[in-house]
Design a protein. Structure first.
Length: 165
C-alpha cells in the first residue's frame, strides 16, 4: 500500500495560501477522543501556522462522527464561515455499524457542503484498528487534521477567487 511509505501531511509540492482572511469552523467528534484530539491539535495548529487568526477559528464538539454532519450544518446556519472542518475517527469493529457510519458521514458532509455552498471538509479517519488511526493522527503517516486544515484553506481561497471574478 502506498501510504506505508509516506507522510500524507507533506505539502512541500504545493502552495498553501494565507488563511488570514478566512473564518473556519471545526467540528470534532468526542468518540475516540485520544485520536480526535490529536486530529484537532493538528488542524488548529495548521490553521494558525498558515495565518488564521485565533478569533476566526470556532471549535465545537459533537458526541461522535455520525453527528459531524448536523454539527457542520448548525455551524453554517449560525456562523459566517468560509469553511468547516469535520474531524472524527471510526474504527472497524465486529459488526456492520462501521460501514453505515462511514457511509452516512461521507454523504452527510458532502450534502452539507452542497446545501450551504461552502467547503465542508471530511477529516474523518476510517481505519481497521486503533494503530492505523494513531499512525494517521500525528504518527508515521502524518496527521489527517493537518490535511483537513490545508484543504479548508485551499477551498476557502478557491471560493474567494471564483467570487472575485
Amino acid at each position: 500500500m502506498a501510504t506505508q511509505l509516506k507522510d500524507l501531511s507533506d505539502f512541500s509540492h504545493t502552495t498553501i495560501p494565507s488563511a488570514e482572511p478566512f473564518r473556519f469552523g471545526i467540528v470534532v467528534a468526542e468518540w475516540n477522543a485520544k485520536i480526535t484530539g490529536a486530529l484537532y491539535a493538528g488542524a488548529y495548529q495548521s490553521l494558525i501556522e498558515h495565518g488564521a487568526l485565533e478569533s476566526n477559528v470556532f471549535t465545537y464538539a459533537v458526541p461522535g462522527s455520525f453527528e459531524l454532519t448536523s454539527g457542520a450544518d448548525l455551524l453554517l446556519q449560525n456562523k459566517n464561515l468560509d469553511a468547516v472542518i469535520c474531524l472524527g475517527c471510526v474504527i472497524q469493529g465486529e459488526t456492520r455499524h462501521f460501514d453505515f457510519i462511514c457511509d452516512a458521514v461521507a454523504h452527510g458532509v458532502t450534502n452539507v457542503s452542497v446545501k450551504h455552498v461552502k467547503p465542508v471538509i471530511f477529516g474523518v479517519l476510517t481505519t481497521d484498528n486503533e494503530q492505523q488511526a494513531m499512525d494517521r493522527a500525528g504518527g508515521k503517516h502524518g496527521n489527517k487534521g493537518v490535511e483537513a486544515a490545508v484543504t479548508a484553506i485551499k477551498m476557502a481561497d478557491l471560493a474567494k477567487q471564483l467570487q472575485d471574478h
